[in-house]
Design a protein around this ligand. Sequence first.
Ligand code: FAD
Ligand code: NA
Length: 379
Amino acid sequence: MDLLVVGSGFFGLTIAERAAAAGRKVTVIDRRHHIGGNAYSENEPTTGIEVHRYGAHLFHTSNEKVWEYVNRFTTFTSYVHRVYTNHSGVVYPLPVNLGTINQFFQAAYSPDQARALIREQAGEFDVRTAQNFEEKGIALVGRPLFEAFFRDYTAKQWQTDPHKLSGDIVSRLPVRYTYDNRYFNDTHEGLPTDGYTAWLERMADHPNIDVKLSVDFFDASQPLNRKALVGQLPIVYTGPVDRYFDYAEGALGWRTLDFEEEVLDVGDFQGTSVMNYPDADVPYTRIHEFKHFHPERAEVYPDDKTVVMREFSRFAERSDEPYYPVNTEDDRAGLLAYRELAKGEKDVFFGGRLGTYKYLDMHMAIGSALTMWQNELNG
Ligand code: FAD
Ligand code: NA
């Protein structure tokens, strides 16, 4: 073994694939029973519908190098992501755009008229002096849009009273003054034609790559552990950076998600893949309906059943899966301290979402792994 990769998400698999192609013998371990990290998907057994196990994953990128790289392992469908939101029993398009605004105000404003109206409504507070999330949100988009589409949705994401949320959690709130409701602006967008897991497995499918699942790097009772291996060979570590150092500088804060999956005896539950629920009286933040991610599979998917997943959001405890960095001032100070400790770990390379405490889209995780391979490991 020339290289150990801890974690089989997109970051770890990209490193492993590049190293294997360069002739290195690589072992990849993951504490989960499957590869792929949070991008893992599997078919719901009774319907065959592909379910993204850790929440909906949409691939999009404007990075040509990453696009060329990922196309070695999978083709992509022509899926274009759009999201809708059910506020007070009426459905509106997202991100908030001219269609949302005109539907909400029952009007036919031009882009300039809508801009002037929102500017006037936003005048209630000043972004520079706003005292909390609520004042800052109103300063950005005005009270009516803020209360309908942003306030309670954000409070539900954080499970925190909107008055107690810090203004720091928003720097801007997206509003578009056209009818464009395409969710992503990237050059390339689509879903892997044969599903995420086929893509991830093809990345690992090389004679120089050995994948070992259900192996925890911190479990000293098995051979591939931290104590036995650090200092013996290069290690790419993509688990949580605070966990690596036994939380010596405190635990970094994360949000996690809970998912409730249900198979329903209807052909089509909501007519689209993602419906948000921004109101306080609904406990979940959104409902995913997975068959809509793959309209091209209509022939193979059942037309009398569907799979939906309700998503709930909250602060993570240590035993929860960490999903999104909370990034308070304390967290940022802790991260700096961990970065100093990481410098002292000879031949251990910290990468990925958990290893750098940074939200990374898939294309960013892949791009930063390609860069790490080129600049730090391919020597
Ligand atoms: P991960 O995928 O988290 O992989 C890390 C791996 O390390 C995990 O498999 C974990 O089990 C393993 N590990 C941790 N500790 C240990 C240990 N001690 N021993 C062994 N193994 C360990 N990106 C997009 O581009 N589009 C989207 O729509 C999108 N939606 C998302 C929705 C959610 C809810 C989340 C959480 C993320 C989403 N992402 C999306 C981001 C995407 O999941 C990440 O870009 C990707 O997971 C990053 O890969 P990674 O390898 O850094 O981390
Ligand atoms: Na303002």
